[in-house]
Ligand binder design. Structure first.
Ligand code: GDP
Ligand code: IMO
Ligand code: MG
Length: 420
């Protein structure tokens, strides 16, 4: 058995949470492989909406194990809040959640370093979610980090104090308010509370599952264009969001990867700073934001909006070896007369088909126009009902990327999903 993957192909918020929730009944284990509470994955069913940050999006389905993998960075306070909210909904979280011993911890001081570092960047700030993601991954790669398994050691308090002292020293270079007392208290209490959950050597657990023919779905966070290596650096997150991240973030060999399902919106959004070639700073962009409720699930910030970008999408498909495309939010474009798609960029008068090293020059997208379908999609449930104009749009994307569009999502709810 091989593990299938769901990951984002744009700048995050493609609708991964909804899609994973829809696909979960076909799997035994849902495993997050990277990122942390910078993620906000929204699920809607039974007239309720949930936003998950650290817990995999399979948590509401019965008989499925949800695993937080070694590639994830965990803020115990946020994780515990999430667990309590889900428990209040009547779900036995402890019975379905496993946490990798090798996942790294986000310390209270990581959040302060994130905020201080962003503040010092002024105009060039990344627009981080300020959850301490970058600093936690820096300590991981710098070989200073604390891991979930460490909390069981009698030496943990000492190691915590030593790392905190390092951070306090580092923070002296910034003119920044470093008050963490309240959060630290909560953090230490949350660490104690988390000890009731099952910590595992998840690489062994997952490989044994595959050997026993159990089905694993790996859930990505963020999107391919926020990848630390291939995204629009430095305006990226601090983990590998592409399919390679599944191997390092769960301990699965490349040959153990099955279907790679890439989620993309029928248009594009981005939250935070950095280049966005097809961005619409006009009425059309505002229209997409309002109709699509494009406000961050984690920070509430308005998301920047624009047309679908095929240069970027093809890049993401290439990087992850995407075998299936899953398109979300087509319904947001219901009322448009014309829908545009960027098929190339024009930079300094030259037509470019590759995602550039750095986008410093003004980029003029080369657009192809499609006729809008001008019909409400949200009530449709089968492919046969989908308007001809939408299918023309979908077929063009399939032809350009060479990958079939297997799901068309027409609303935020679980059942607003057309599987082809
Ligand atoms: P994620 O981070 O990739 O899980 O995506 P987010 O949850 O941050 O953002 C996606 C938003 O779009 C959420 O509010 C979802 O409820 C919503 N959504 C997902 N799929 C659809 C869809 O097909 N149509 C509409 N209108 N909303 C959708
Ligand atoms: P999901 O999983 C959208 C963005 C931030 C910022 C940059 C770096 O919900 O798709 P970080 O907090 O990682 O230091 O922020 O990445 N970002 C996201 N944008 N969706 C996300 O997650 C994101 N996680 C981080 O806005 O620009
Ligand atoms: Mg999100």
């Amino acid at each position: 058995m091989k593990a299938d993957v769901v990951l984002g192909l744009q700048w995050g918020d493609e609708g991964k949470g909804k899609i994973v929730d829809v696909l979960t009944p076909s799997y035994n284990i849902i495993a997050r492989f990277q990122g942390g509470p910078n993620a906000g994955h929204s699920l809607e069913f039974d007239h309720k909406k949930f936003v998950l940050h650290t817990i995999p999006s399979g948590i509401f389905r019965d008989n499925v194990v949800n695993l937080i993998g070694n590639g994830v960075v965990i803020d115990p306070v946020i994780l515990l809040d999430e667990i309590n909210a889900i428990r209040d909904f009547g779900v036995d979280v402890a019975g379905r959640l496993l946490i990798s011993k090798k996942a790294h911890l986000i310390l209270p001081t990581h959040r302060i370093i994130d905020a201080a570092s962003e503040a010092s960047k002024g105009k060039t700030k990344i627009g981080s979610t300020l959850k301490g993601i970058g600093p936690a991954y820096m300590d991981k790669t710098g070989r200073n980090g604390l891991r979930v398994g460490d909390v069981l050691s009698p030496l943990f308090p000492e190691r915590y104090r030593a790392l905190k002292a390092k951070h306090v020293e580092f923070l002296k270079q910034f003119d920044f308010d470093c008050q963490i007392d309240d959060y630290e208290k909560q953090w230490l209490n949350s660490i104690e509370a988390l000890k009731q959950f099952t910590f595992v050597e998840s690489e062994y657990a997952l490989n044994e599952c595959l050997n026993s023919n159990h089905k694993i779905l790996a859930e990505g966070a963020q999107g391919s264009l926020l990848d630390i290596d291939f995204g629009s650096y430095p305006y990226v997150t601090s983990s590998n969001t592409i399919c390679a991240g599944v191997c390092t973030g769960l301990g699965l060999a490349p040959g153990k990867i099955g279907e790679v399902m890439g989620v993309f919106k029928a248009y594009c959004t981005r939250v935070g700073g950095g280049p966005f070639p097809t961005e619409l700073n006009d009425e059309t962009g505002e229209n997409i934001r309002q109709v699509g409720h494009e406000f961050g699930a984690t920070t509430g910030r308005p998301r920047r909006t624009g047309w679908l970008d095929l240069v970027a999408l093809k890049y993401a498909v290439m990087l992850s070896g995407v075998t299936q495309l899953l398109m979300t939010k087509a319904d947001v474009l219901d009322d448009f007369d014309t829908i545009k798609v960027a098929v190339a960029y024009r930079i300094k008068g030259e037509e470019v088909h590759q995602f550039p090293f750095e986008i410093n020059e003004p980029v003029e997208p080369v657009y192809k126009e499609f006729k809008g379908w001008k019909k409400p999609l949200s009530g449709l449930r089968s492919e046969e009902e989908l308007p001809f104009e939408l299918m023309t749009y979908v077929r063009f994307i399939e032809k350009e990327t060479g990958v079939p569009v297997k799901i068309i999502s027409v609303g935020p709810n679980r059942d607003q999903t057309i599987i082809r």
